[in-house]
Write a protein that binds this ligand. Structure first.
Ligand code: SF4
Length: 291
C-alpha cells in the first residue's frame, strides 16, 4: 500500500483498510490544526489507487470496511469518488462501507443526486469535523463555513441517507465560554441528527496559529474542570438517539456510550472524575501536544 505524508484516521477505523486517495488536507487552514500543515495537498492518481487495491485484494481479501485517507478526502468530486468506489467493489467484493473525513464544504460541493449515488456505492459514515456549534468560535477556528451552512449541509446528508459522525472539541470556545459552547453545540447536534458524536478536547498544538494566539494572550484555554463541566452540560442537553464516541486520547474522561440510554451512568462517571482528580490538575490547563 502506498502512503504519502502523515496519515490520520479516527480511532474507530482501526480495523479498516486505509486507502490513500488524497495527500494532506485541501483546506489546511483551521486555526488549531497542525496535522497536515507542511504537506502539500494533492489527489492520488487512479492508477496508484488501483495498484493498492490489487495488493489489498491479495493481502486482505475479506475486507468489509475501507477508510479513504486523508484529511478531507470527501473533497473529491462525485465524478472522482464514483470510479474509486467501483474499483473498491471490483477488487474487494465484501466491502460494505467506504468512509472518510469530510468537511461541511465538501458536502456543499455535491448535488443531492450525487450524494444519493454515492450512498448506493457504499459511501457513508462520513467523519465531519464541525468542532463547535458556537457561531463566533466556528469563525475563529477558521473552519471555512458558517453555523447556518453546517446545519444545512448536515441535514442534506440526512436527506440523502448518508449517515455521518459529528466531530467536535470541548474547550473550543476558550475559557469562560464553556457552557455557551456546550449549549450551542448540543443544539446543532440535536438539529442535525448524527449517527454518532465524536468529541476531542482542544489543545494549542505546536506552532499552530491558535498556539500563537495563546502566547499573545488573545485566547485563554479552558481549565480541566471547565472542560469536564462543559462535557456534562453537553451530554445533559443532547436529546436525540445517538452514539457518544469519546475514546479519543485527548479526552480526560474517555468512554463510549449510547445516548440517551447511558446518560445518568456517564454523568456519574464524569462527576466521579471531578470529585477524585487532584484539584491542582483540575484547575490547570493540561498540555495537549497533538491530535
Ligand atoms: S482540522 Fe481537518 S479540515 Fe481543518 S486543517 Fe485540519 S485536517 Fe484540514
Amino acid at each position: 500500500m502506498t502512503y504519502t505524508g502523515p496519515v490520520y484516521r479516527p480511532p474507530y477505523e482501526a480495523n479498516s483498510l486505509l486507502l490513500q486517495v488524497t495527500v494532506g488536507c485541501a483546506h489546511n487552514a483551521c486555526t488549531f490544526c497542525t496535522m497536515y500543515r507542511d504537506t502539500k495537498f494533492k489527489v492520488e492518481p487512479i492508477d496508484q489507487i488501483e495498484q493498492d487495491l490489487k495488493e489489498a485484494a491479495r493481502l486482505y481479501p475479506n475486507t468489509k470496511r475501507v477508510f479513504l485517507v486523508n484529511g478531507d478526502a470527501f473533497v473529491l468530486s462525485a465524478r472522482r469518488l464514483k470510479p474509486i468506489a467501483e474499483l473498491i467493489h471490483k477488487y474487494l467484493p465484501f466491502v460494505e462501507v467506504i468512509s472518510m473525513y469530510a468537511s461541511v464544504n465538501n458536502v456543499k460541493g455535491k448535488s443531492d443526486e450525487e450524494l444519493r449515488e454515492l450512498v448506493k456505492l457504499g459511501i457513508r459514515d462520513l467523519w465531519v469535523g464541525v468542532e463547535t456549534g458556537h457561531a463566533k468560535t466556528l469563525q475563529y477556528l477558521n473552519k471555512g463555513f458558517t453555523l447556518e451552512e453546517a446545519e444545512k449541509q448536515l441535514k442534506r446528508l440526512n436527506d440523502a441517507g448518508m449517515p455521518f459522525y459529528f466531530g467536535f472539541m470541548f474547550g473550543a470556545a476558550g475559557s469562560g465560554l464553556n457552557q455557551e459552547n456546550a449549549k450551542a453545540t448540543a443544539k446543532l447536534i440535536n438539529a442535525t441528527n448524527p449517527a454518532g458524536v465524536v468529541p476531542t478536547t482542544l489543545g494549542a498544538f505546536g506552532d499552530s496559529p491558535l498556539a500563537k494566539e495563546v502566547e499573545k494572550g488573545n485566547f485563554t484555554p479552558s481549565t480541566e474542570i471547565d472542560v469536564l463541566d462543559e462535557q456534562m452540560k453537553l451530554i445533559k442537553l443532547i436529546n436525540i438517539n445517538t452514539m457518544y464516541m469519546g475514546i479519543h486520547g485527548l479526552n480526560t474522561v474517555a468512554f463510549d456510550a449510547q445516548l440517551p440510554r447511558d446518560k445518568e451512568q456517564v454523568l456519574t462517571r464524569i462527576q466521579n472524575a471531578k470529585d477524585n482528580l487532584n484539584p491542582s490538575y483540575l484547575n490547570s490547563v493540561p498540555e495537549r501536544h497533538s491530535v
